[in-house]
Design a protein around this ligand. Structure first.
Ligand code: SF4
Ligand code: SF4
Length: 426
């Protein structure tokens, strides 16, 4: 039995269930939240502000959508989701402007917010400062309020275990919509206490959301790039409400995940794209496992959104308490090496059990477009001109003009179709 360094107590999984105590073996203790060099975080935010990959990697996003749309069911899921989600996004955008329905009492309403969030079905809720270090350039000024209510909504267990699959994609999309509707309700609750509340929809995020989730003690980032929370690991969707209410901030927590991932490595070993890093690096002032975007998106685009790194995570499957209990008792990672945890099927390629990975053609990764849409249009223009012996024809110029015009239009107006960015792409 390993020596227990500290225990973390969290509310039970469902509203009204008793608290859960999670033992963290001493050898897995690092720091609450994530190792951070705040001076570097400040410097990068000032000199190299973040931007959404929906803009900076627009070319590959459009390419991925085109590939997905060749799959009939995926195309229908996306169409249905866009139709239903658009109204929710519009409602969240209006939420910042809605005035509170009563005068504020001045009381701290942290307890009331958390109670209501749990009643509405949110798995985790924590509160922290809205941190502009993690704000996209294009979203500056979008958020109106200083405090961030950080929320996690569970994605159903069963369909997630079939990843990558059409069923998993359906539940993935519907969870975003359900949590947005619940968040609008929670914002009404805040207004009913006399304060403003702005729901920031996941498809309309002002920045990578994980940093504030970690600061609010909701979880820690795993080697898969997702936030891992105690009850469902990475099997949840994240969202934020900002407010000017009188609230108390939570503290980051050491769930042992930062060190446990270095032992576990299941997602790293099982990723079909070899897109996950074994070791952590320092990136923009934070120590973490970075994700190779250029090796992930080509797999996601061709295999039903992939998500295998979610499916194979033991914390997702068994919960952090069971994983930590097992590790403390045996020094082993629960489920590691089993078909149940690690096995997956790729459509058209077959089943891959523990230790088995698919092999892809040479151009599987290199054929993906890169950069934003106008950069990619210019790359293609140059390639075609070279292929034509350096001749720049009127047709080529016409094509470039059309593509750049489209890119400029996309960058400014096509935001309702943005994809949520909850994995570590930034
Ligand atoms: S989504 Fe798939 S390809 Fe991307 S990191 Fe996860 S397992 Fe790898
Ligand atoms: S699979 Fe293992 S290494 Fe990957 S995020 Fe989950 S716990 Fe961490």
């Amino acid at each position: 039995m390993l020596k227990i360094g500290h225990e973390v107590v969290r509310p039970g999984k469902r509203y009204g269930e008793p608290d859960v105590t999670i033992p963290i073996p001493e050898e897995l203790a690092t720091v609450p939240g994530v190792p951070t060099n705040q001076r570097e975080v400040d410097w990068y935010a000032r000199e190299y502000p973040l931007e959404t990959m929906n803009i900076t990697e627009r070319a590959s996003r459009d390419w991925a959508n085109t590939l997905r749309d060749q799959h009939v069911e995926m195309r229908e899921i996306r169409k249905e989701h866009d139709k239903l989600n658009t109204n929710l996004i519009m409602a969240t955008r209006e939420s910042a402007e809605i005035e509170p329905s009563v005068e504020p009492t001045g009381d701290d309403i942290t307890g009331s917010i958390k109670e209501k969030a749990r009643q509405l079905g949110f798995l985790e809720v924590g509160i922290t400062q809205y941190d502009t270090h993690y704000e996209y350039q294009s979203k500056r000024g979008f958020n109106r309020y200083p405090h961030a209510i950080c929320l996690a909504f569970e994605q159903d267990f069963e369909p997630t275990q079939t990843i990558p699959s059409v069923d998993a994609e359906i539940v993935h999309s519907s969870t975003y919509r359900t949590q947005a509707a619940a968040a609008l309700e929670l914002a009404n609750h805040v207004r009913g206490q006399g304060y403003h509340a702005q729901v920031i929809h996941s498809s309309d995020a002002t920045g990578p959301i994980i940093a504030m989730m970690v600061a609010a003690g909701v979880g820690q980032q795993g080697a898969c790039g997702y936030l891992l929370t105690p009850h469902s690991g990475n099997r949840q969707r994240l969202l934020m409400i900002t407010t000017d209410a009188n609230v108390t901030y939570d503290e980051p927590v050491d769930y042992g995940i930062h060190a446990f991932c270095q032992v576990c490595q299941v997602c790293v070993n099982r990723c079909p794209g070899r897109a996950l890093m074994r070791d952590k690096i320092w990136w923009r002032g934070v120590e973490k496992n970075k994700l190779y975007f250029k090796r992930c998106r080509p797999v996601m685009a061709r295999y039903l959104g992939c998500g295998i790194c979610m499916k194979v995570c033991p914390v997702q499957k068994y919960g952090l308490k069971n994983v930590m209990d097992h590790y403390a008792a045996t020094g082993q990672v629960l489920g590691k090496g089993t078909h149940d945890l690690e096995g997956y099927e790729l459509e058209g390629k077959g089943y891959f059990g523990p230790g088995e990975l698919p092999v892809f053609e040479n151009d599987f990764f290199s054929s993906m477009p890169h950069g934003n849409a106008d950069e990619w249009a210019f790359e293609q223009f140059k390639d075609k001109a070279r292929a034509a012996g350096g001749e720049i024809t009127d047709d080529l110029l016409e094509e470039l003009r059309d593509q750049v015009a489209r890119a400029m239009n996309l960058n400014s107006s096509d935001v309702l179709a943005m994809m949520a960015e909850e994995q570590d792409y930034i």
